[in-house]
Design a protein around this ligand. Structure first.
Ligand code: FES
Length: 105
Protein backbone atom coordinates (compact mmCIF):
# COMPACT_ATOMS: atom_id res chain seq x y z
CA UNK A 1 0.00 0.00 0.00
CA UNK A 2 1.46 3.41 -0.92
CA UNK A 3 2.29 5.90 1.80
CA UNK A 4 -0.26 8.55 2.54
CA UNK A 5 0.69 11.97 1.15
CA UNK A 6 1.93 14.77 3.35
CA UNK A 7 -0.71 17.49 3.68
CA UNK A 8 0.17 21.17 4.07
CA UNK A 9 -0.78 22.24 7.59
CA UNK A 10 0.52 25.67 8.54
CA UNK A 11 3.42 28.05 7.84
CA UNK A 12 6.06 27.38 10.49
CA UNK A 13 6.26 31.14 11.13
CA UNK A 14 2.68 31.03 12.47
CA UNK A 15 3.57 28.59 15.25
CA UNK A 16 6.05 30.07 17.69
CA UNK A 17 8.30 27.84 19.79
CA UNK A 18 6.31 26.71 22.84
CA UNK A 19 3.00 27.09 20.99
CA UNK A 20 0.50 24.53 19.74
CA UNK A 21 -2.48 24.72 17.44
CA UNK A 22 -5.17 22.34 16.20
CA UNK A 23 -5.77 22.04 12.47
CA UNK A 24 -8.09 19.75 10.55
CA UNK A 25 -6.31 17.58 7.98
CA UNK A 26 -8.56 15.27 6.01
CA UNK A 27 -11.11 14.41 8.70
CA UNK A 28 -8.56 14.38 11.50
CA UNK A 29 -8.17 16.99 14.22
CA UNK A 30 -4.39 17.24 14.42
CA UNK A 31 -2.51 19.12 17.10
CA UNK A 32 0.69 20.77 15.87
CA UNK A 33 3.23 21.37 18.61
CA UNK A 34 6.35 23.49 18.26
CA UNK A 35 8.52 22.74 21.26
CA UNK A 36 10.91 25.27 22.74
CA UNK A 37 13.86 23.21 21.50
CA UNK A 38 12.68 23.91 17.93
CA UNK A 39 11.12 20.57 16.96
CA UNK A 40 7.65 20.27 15.45
CA UNK A 41 5.41 17.31 16.25
CA UNK A 42 1.85 16.30 15.41
CA UNK A 43 -0.53 14.19 17.51
CA UNK A 44 -4.27 13.54 17.51
CA UNK A 45 -6.09 16.42 19.22
CA UNK A 46 -8.58 14.27 21.16
CA UNK A 47 -7.42 12.66 24.39
CA UNK A 48 -7.33 8.84 24.36
CA UNK A 49 -8.95 8.69 27.82
CA UNK A 50 -12.27 10.49 27.21
CA UNK A 51 -13.34 13.44 25.10
CA UNK A 52 -11.09 16.39 25.69
CA UNK A 53 -9.37 18.70 23.23
CA UNK A 54 -5.65 18.52 23.82
CA UNK A 55 -5.10 22.02 22.41
CA UNK A 56 -6.89 23.29 25.53
CA UNK A 57 -4.29 21.58 27.70
CA UNK A 58 -0.78 22.62 28.67
CA UNK A 59 2.64 21.97 27.24
CA UNK A 60 5.66 21.45 29.51
CA UNK A 61 8.69 20.71 27.39
CA UNK A 62 7.75 17.55 25.50
CA UNK A 63 4.94 16.73 27.95
CA UNK A 64 1.39 17.49 26.83
CA UNK A 65 -1.14 17.56 29.67
CA UNK A 66 -4.85 16.91 29.15
CA UNK A 67 -7.14 19.70 30.40
CA UNK A 68 -9.83 17.33 31.70
CA UNK A 69 -8.25 14.73 34.01
CA UNK A 70 -4.57 15.55 33.72
CA UNK A 71 -3.22 12.59 31.76
CA UNK A 72 0.06 13.41 30.06
CA UNK A 73 1.63 12.33 26.80
CA UNK A 74 4.97 12.65 25.06
CA UNK A 75 4.38 14.91 22.04
CA UNK A 76 7.28 13.24 20.20
CA UNK A 77 5.63 9.81 20.13
CA UNK A 78 2.13 10.13 21.62
CA UNK A 79 3.18 7.74 24.41
CA UNK A 80 1.42 7.95 27.77
CA UNK A 81 3.55 9.59 30.47
CA UNK A 82 0.94 9.85 33.20
CA UNK A 83 -2.46 8.42 34.24
CA UNK A 84 -5.40 8.14 33.88
CA UNK A 85 -4.94 7.54 30.13
CA UNK A 86 -3.50 4.16 29.20
CA UNK A 87 -3.60 4.39 25.39
CA UNK A 88 -1.24 6.61 23.41
CA UNK A 89 -2.28 9.53 21.25
CA UNK A 90 -1.91 8.85 17.56
CA UNK A 91 1.28 10.45 16.32
CA UNK A 92 1.84 11.65 12.75
CA UNK A 93 5.05 12.11 10.74
CA UNK A 94 5.94 15.78 10.22
CA UNK A 95 8.25 17.51 7.78
CA UNK A 96 9.07 21.14 7.03
CA UNK A 97 9.12 22.09 3.33
CA UNK A 98 9.90 25.67 2.26
CA UNK A 99 8.94 26.99 5.69
CA UNK A 100 5.64 25.12 5.75
CA UNK A 101 4.65 22.37 8.19
CA UNK A 102 3.40 19.26 6.40
CA UNK A 103 1.82 16.25 8.13
CA UNK A 104 1.32 12.72 6.90
CA UNK A 105 -2.22 11.83 8.00
S1 FES B 1 -10.03 13.10 28.98
FE1 FES B 1 -7.88 13.38 29.00
S2 FES B 1 -7.28 12.51 30.91
FE2 FES B 1 -9.42 12.17 30.84
Amino acid sequence: MPDQPYLPALPLAELAPGAMRCVTLGDEPVLLVHTKDGAVHAVHNICSHAFAKMDEGRLRGNRLICPLHGASFDVRTGAVLGAPANAPLRSYPVRIVDGRIEVQV
